[in-house]
Write a protein that binds this ligand. Structure first.
Ligand code: ZN
Length: 169
C-alpha cells in the first residue's frame, strides 16, 4: 500500500477510535486531542516513524532482515507500543493510542497488500508471509483508499462532538 492508502487507513482508524470513545467510552476526547492524534497517526503511519522504517534512511541500515522483516512482526509492534504506554504514562495515553492506530492499521493493510511476516519465526530466517497479495497501487487499493478517505469525514464530525439525532448531550 502506498503512503496515501496508509494515511487514509490510519486516519479512519484513529477517528473511529475517537468516535467509539465518545459514544461508548467514559469520556470523549477533547477536540485538541482528536486533532493532535490525527496528526500523530498521519505522520507515524508511513515512512521513517512507521514499520516501513526498514525501507530507507538510517533505520534501514540498522535493522536487519530487509523490508517487511522484524519491523512488521505484530508481536514486536505490540511490544514497542506497550513500552510506549509505560514511558508515556496516563497524560499521553492519547498519543500511544494514535501511534497504535497508525502502526496497527499499517500492518492490517500490509496484510492484504503483500502480507506480513510470520511473527517471531522471522528472526529464525523465515521469509514466508501471511496475508494476501493484492497489487500495491492497484484498483483494490484505490477503492479502499477512497472509501477510507470518504469515511473519515463523517467520522471526524462524530469524533469532534458534532450533534446527532440519537444523542442529545
Ligand atoms: Zn509496511
Amino acid at each position: 500500500m502506498n503512503r496515501l492508502g496508509h494515511q487514509a487507513a490510519a486516519q479512519a482508524t484513529w477517528l473511529s477510535v475517537c468516535t467509539a470513545e465518545r459514544f461508548l467510552g467514559e469520556q470523549a476526547l477533547s477536540w485538541q486531542h482528536v486533532v493532535a492524534g490525527a496528526i500523530v497517526a498521519s505522520s507515524m503511519c508511513a515512512d521513517d516513524w512507521s514499520p516501513d522504517s526498514d525501507q530507507g534512511g538510517v533505520m534501514a541500515k540498522i535493522i536487519p532482515g530487509g523490508h517487511r522483516g522484524p519491523t512488521h512482526m505484530p508481536e514486536l509492534v505490540a511490544g514497542v507500543l506497550y513500552l510506549l504506554t509505560v514511558v508515556a504514562g496516563d497524560d499521553l495515553d492519547w498519543f500511544v493510542i494514535a501511534a497504535a492506530a497508525a502502526w496497527g492499521s499499517h500492518l492490517a493493510v500490509d496484510f492484504f497488500w503483500g502480507g506480513i511476516p510470520f511473527g517471531i519465526l522471522t528472526l529464525m530466517g523465515n521469509k514466508k508471509r501471511m496475508g494476501f497479495k493484492l497489487n500495491t497501487g492497484g484498483p483494490a487499493e484505490e477503492v479502499v483508499t477512497w472509501i477510507m478517505t470518504f469515511a473519515s469525514v463523517p467520522l471526524a464530525y462524530l469524533a469532534l462532538g458534532g450533534p446527532t439525532p440519537w444523542v442529545t448531550a
